[in-house]
Design a protein around this ligand. Structure first.
Ligand code: C2O
Ligand code: CU
Ligand code: CU
Length: 551
């Protein structure tokens, strides 16, 4: 093999391999040269020559399993009430969410890990709201002025002229006016804050909040800036789903951790351009802990699974073969429960699942990511039981008819490579973030968007403000597209899977497919964004503004 320089793409292959070669990392090598037991090794074209991280990485498989209790983020508490011009004559609950640096061990046997979190913890406190009851949140940046993760100053919006530490909070899945949506360029520095109001005028759903600052979202979220935001409503509460302490968020992400406890964020071999196009860790955190356990009663639980990872997707199952019964997706209840042996979750997707521990008194059940047990449920002996069954109908979901759409926008998901064929940035509709607005739907109109994936990867695509339905996925001829920009379908359209028949805000756009979604643009006119939720892509041009025009 020639002494070619390691390309970004090859680096990535290596990065994906890390998960499989954790043993090598444990030897302090962070070595790409030990393909033993590495299922991806066959795909590797060259042995990447990567500078090792300064500190060797923790190999999670060497850690004791299930020795830390699963942390349950506290409920956010309002500190008082306030008036707001958007709600004349009313006093609204006022929350203050301070972003702070803190340290906490990710596992009993690891040194404390410096992180950033809302309320000085990660995940941050859970915000809980009743439908139709608005609230105010003041997002306060009380972080240090220096970032501790590798900024790439070549990325649009992250130039050296900008302050290193910038934040802006977004509630993912919330229908809020543009001024409170957390537009990526409306970031603020340490010592500053933004007061946002949230109408909560939407169906019960598991939403989540996270940072959205231009060009460094991937770093701010890797640092720990996220939390759950639950909307409840009377309809959902009438269904008798598991509630109280049997209803909990399970927020999943993965990290690379140095033996000194520091978070390690991977960098390319080019010190002036450290951006990497994906970031997968080998340590999977459940509510901020590695391999935690939870004591449960022998009854049903509702777990609100949220994937807050930078780029990894999860494929979750239970060790005892019982199904995860999905009752809700991103934007709330499904029409009926869907029992699933495996739940695949792409970044930013949510699945509320009901898990039944009845009859398992005194036993253990593990939650698995692929074949690896990542957390343990310990069922109490002689605990509380519950009677009754899940309702067979959960909600009515009216399908939006594609015939009623005023237009179909054909939008590509593409990759811009350098001369050597290495990804340099990712583009939506072939356009950069700063190109003039091209998507300008009218308020309350129905549109379909056809997401044409020209790359070899899945991209989880997210629209702010609106909820949508998945219409279909249809294979297309990439050569025909490249030759003449015409869509030539090469096979039958695949209908959405049963768990994708509810309301969504993030959709898996598969390679080789046109993924078509449909939505009614309800909400206040203004400027919002849509983007790929792989954070490395989102930060590097795979995000576009869109303008909602008045009806
Ligand atoms: Cu999870 Cu633009 O958001
Ligand atoms: Cu969002
Ligand atoms: Cu992407």
């Amino acid at each position: 093999m020639t002494s070619e320089k390691l390309s970004r793409r090859q680096f990535l292959r290596g990065l994906i391999d890390v998960v499989g070669v954790a043993a090598a990392a444990d030897m302090g090598l962070f070595a790409w040269s030990s393909p033993m037991g590495d299922e991806h090794a066959m795909n590797r074209m060259v042995m990447p020559q990567l500078a090792s991280p300064k500190v060797p990485l923790v190999n999670p498989v060497t850690l004791a399993r299930f020795v830390d209790p699963l942390p349950l983020p506290p409920l956010a508490q309002p500190t008082g009430t306030r008036a707001h011009p958007a709600y004349p004559g009313r006093e609204l609950p006022y929350y203050r969410m301070e972003m702070r640096a803190f340290s906490a061990p990710l596992h009993r046997d690891l040194p404390p890990t410096p992180q950033w979190g809302y309320g000085g913890r990660s995940p941050g406190p859970t915000v809980q709201a009743m439908r139709g009851e608005p609230l105010l949140i003041e997002w306060v940046n009380a972080l240090p002025t220096q970032h501790f993760l590798p900024i790439d100053y070549n990325i649009h919006g992250a130039e050296r002229s900008k302050p290193q530490v910038r934040t802006v909070a977004h509630v993912h899945g919330a229908r809020v006016p543009a001024a409170c949506d957390g537009y990526p360029e409306e970031w603020f520095e340490p010592g500053h804050s933004a007061l946002y109001h949230y109408p909560n005028g939407q169906d019960a759903a598991t939403l989540w909040y996270h940072d959205h600052a231009m060009g460094i979202t991937r770093l701010n979220m890797y640092a720990g800036l996220f939390g759950a935001y639950l909307i409840r409503d009377a309809h959902e509460q009438s269904l008798g789903l598991p509630g109280g302490d049997c209803d909990l968020p399970l927020i999943l992400c993965d990290r690379l951790i140095g033996k000194d406890g520091q978070l390690y964020y991977p960098v390319s071999d080019d010190p002036d351009a450290p951006w990497v196009s994906e970031c997968d860790g080998n340590a999977i955190l459940c509510n901020g802990k590695l391999y935690p356990f939870l004591e449960v009663e022998p009854r049903r639980y509702r777990l609100r699974l949220v994937n807050v990872a930078n780029s990894r997707f999860y494929n979750l199952s239970l060790s005892n073969g019982r199904p995860l019964v999905q009752v809700a997706s991103d934007q709330g209840l499904l029409a009926a429960p869907v029992p699933r042996q495996h739940v695949a979750l792409y970044p930013a997707e949510r699945a509320d699942v009901v898990v039944d521990f009845s009859g398992l008194d005194g036993k253990q059940v593990q939650l698995r990511q692929q074949s690896e047990a990542i957390m343990e449920f310990r069922v109490r002996d002689r605990g509380r039981h519950d009677e009754g069954a899940l309702p067979t109908t959960l909600s009515t979901i009216e399908r939006i008819a594609p015939a009623g759409a005023v237009r179909d926008r054909v939008l590509t998901l593409g990759e811009q490579d350098d001369a050597g064929g290495n990804p340099m940035m990712m583009l939506l509709g072939g356009k950069h973030w700063s190109a003039p607005i091209t998507e300008n739907p009218r308020q309350n109109s129905v549109e379909t968007w056809s997401l044409v994936n020209l790359t070899g990867d899945v991209h989880p695509v997210h629209l702010h403000l609106v909820r949508f339905q998945v219409v279909e996925r249809c294979p297309f001829d990439l050569f025909a597209w490249n030759a003449s920009k015409t869509l030539k379908f090469t096979g039958a359209a695949l209908p959405p899977e049963p768990h994708e028949m509810g309301w969504k805000d993030t959709v898996r756009a598969d390679p080789g497919m046109v993924t078509r979604i449909i939505m009614r643009f309800e909400g206040e006119p203004g400027r919002y964004v849509w983007h790929c939720h792989l954070l490395e892509h989102e930060d590097n041009e795979m995000m576009r503004p869109y303008q909602l025009l008045p009806a």
